[in-house]
Design a protein around this ligand. Sequence first.
Ligand SMILES: [Ca+2]
Ligand SMILES: [Ca+2]
Ligand SMILES: [Ca+2]
Length: 872
Amino acid sequence: MKRIIILSTLALMAIVGKAQNLKLNELEYFERQGVNILVFSNSFNGGFNDEKNSGLEIIHHGVRTIQGGAVRLNNTPEQWDLVPTMTSRKVDKEKGTIEVNLRYNDYDFDSRLVVTAKGKAVEIAVWLDKPVPEKLAGDAGFNLEFLPSQYWLKTFTMDGRLNRFPRYATSQTITRPNSEKPRQFKGFKTYDDRGTDRFVDPLPIEVGHSIVMAPDAPERMIRISSDDAELKLYDGRMLAQNGWFVLRSVLPKGKTGKVMTWTVEPHAIPDWIREPNIGFSQVGYIPNQPKVAVIELDKKDQPKATASLIRIKNDGTSETAFTGNIQNWGAYFKYNYVKFDFSSVTQPGVYYIQYGDTKTNNFLIDTHVYDKITDATTDVWVPIHMDHMYVTEGYRTWHGEPFKEGYLQAPESDHFDLHRQGPTTDTKYKPYELIPGLNVGGFFDAGDFDIETGSNINVVQNFIRAWDLFKPLRDETFVSQQQRYVDLHRPDGVPDILQFIEHGTLNLVAQAEQIGHMAQTLSNSVLDNYHHLGDAASITDGLHYDPSLKPYEVSADGKRSGTPDDMWAFTTREPALDLRAATMFAAASRVLRGYNDNLAERALTQSKRLMKEATELINQRARNPQNQMDFNWLDGFEGRDMGANKPDKKRQKLIERTRKNRETLGDMATNLQLYGATQEKQYLDNFEKQIWDALELNVAMNMQTALDAVPYMDDSYRQKLRPYVEQYNTYIRNFDTQNPYGVPIGLGNWAGVNMVLNFGIAVNYAHLYFPDIVKKDEIYRVSNWLYGCHPYHNYSFVAVVGATRPKQVFYGNNRADFSAIPGNVAPGLLFRKPDHFENFDDWPFLWGQNEGTIAGNTQYIIFGSAFKNLQK
Ligand SMILES: [Ca+2]
Ligand SMILES: [Ca+2]
Ligand SMILES: [Ca+2]
């Protein structure tokens, strides 16, 4: 009898489960197993406009395949097209409704989205209090965007007509007069109309009232219909390679009230449970290190009791090497986490993990697994990012020599890459005048091709640090400054790191000499070549811009053109940047001495001059209360990390003293670097006067600087530092209670790899100098995370580094080829509010998760070198 009751309860639960409707949950999104519908949990922000991360979003069986649901002004919006501001968001749990007000300030245009759960579907309604403005009639519509890589090659039907999503964009377009184009961000233009005064507008692939997408793929299947509006399906890749499939309905003219209604029903696979994600180090493990896999589980998943490690033998057969109990960690955001510790397995070999029916790919346990972790970055990624050079590898040319025409003085302007040129140039040059000598050396910023001066200073410093600490003599790159030629995998007798330091210094010294101080950036003058994908040498035409010629006209001597594509130097003076450059120049001059004496001398000259001028400027500005130095970093002390206590009187005093000391003595880290470069005692004194207060205020934030000083200090410094290192060790270990992966995890709009690398470097050095306090085992936290032990998937974040499964795609300048530049380090797990981590590996275009930067990747070289060093 009892058994029957249990069975019938189960049967009833199964029926209820199958009939499960969408519900508005505690985190304010609509949910049923397999389907999450988020309504402006993430809103558009002004920085880079459409980041493909906002509006109405659908996470479908664990993958965020749909986003961008909003009233938009274009058929297929691009990154710099206007985005609406969300002016209010109301959640009504009783009615199961989320309502958001959207506004386009540029057009004084307001609309309201009302999203209501109706069984397994949501109804999306657009409401207007005033009709669509005349200027936007026919253009404003409701859009929803679908991730191409998850929909291409799958079928769809529109009003019953059969079709298939195309792998590549080959639909049709028309052109329309520019006057009809809705304004783009700050009036920039994403396109070069070649003098036609017309823009390209895609035509729809299909039009109708009812679409079923991906009926052939249950995890992607979705049904959308509208009685009162026509659905039009577009391919956003016609305008921009990072475009998505767009379904939209144009809002009717002259109407108010509820003007449009869609019914959207994402299919849910009955009783779907997400496949476990077994996180482990794809690079492998050395025999005596801790080896703990973190397994990410659906909340509905029942953890298994055990997991096994299987050894693949040399004859091709397998055997179970170890079976161990699963330990529960608990819930972290939307999933549950368990761990599998197989540290006891130390025998070198090829292994995989078996957990229930899930098998991982294989990995090695061996003493040599970490030996090559930085090679792809130093031998391939870094030289490919050398600006003003022709870069080749075997049969392949990565890029020709870019920007042969040099750089013009930027006029007063706002900039799309978040820079500004103020009302004065702060130089002897007139706006648009050629500043000679800047097209030499330097490194491309990231997926874009500008020289960010601050990042390039970091790059040179990172290389100097790697050189000072490890003296890497590796020579795999041929560099000829005279030929402006770089060849990968061709030794030339000079350590590559020295050549990279030289290359970075060449551009930065040229800036100081030609401009008189450091530029903020050397960057594109027009947006239509900023989003360039392909050979950097073809961004500009290589000819000097001559405004007396017509656009696209070339002078008779073939040296000038009327195309305004020349890059600009943004020269507004920032003495803090000059000071950073001065510090770096001092160190560069020390390292380059004996290799390139002339450059060493020039760097030293600029170092001394900039140091003097910048210090005077900073003091002048500090005396002017309207020009206070930026002390925002102090605000970070309150309520964060170790210093989570509210500032009491004592703490308040400490903050005040820190502020004053920084004003009079200068930044402590800069002082320390200056001491390293010059050996002048005053700098070390300035450092010591500040470090203890800084540690008192925030151990976590200042430990690295404190550790950097150890080689210069005596034993009493080390003794005084001990209690802080003990506190730091508590901070390190505390991450085990904060998340299952034991590392600091960022929740910002750019995923947190830099924070993780910084943490890794600091833990390395804390162990190196205080091995009795910080144990060697702690340093594997960061390598595990980087190489595959993290949420979402278990691929290595370093391009081509990892046993059998590195990540496939990254946001580099070859992203349109769904490729990667070897050695790139992805920012990693991007957090989407309120509970979703994500790292696409079939879609490279989200920079916040997939873009490597020159400063970050050279920071990885330090982490990797330090980490390798510790294994010896
Ligand atoms: Ca940039
Ligand atoms: Ca070399
Ligand atoms: Ca040009």
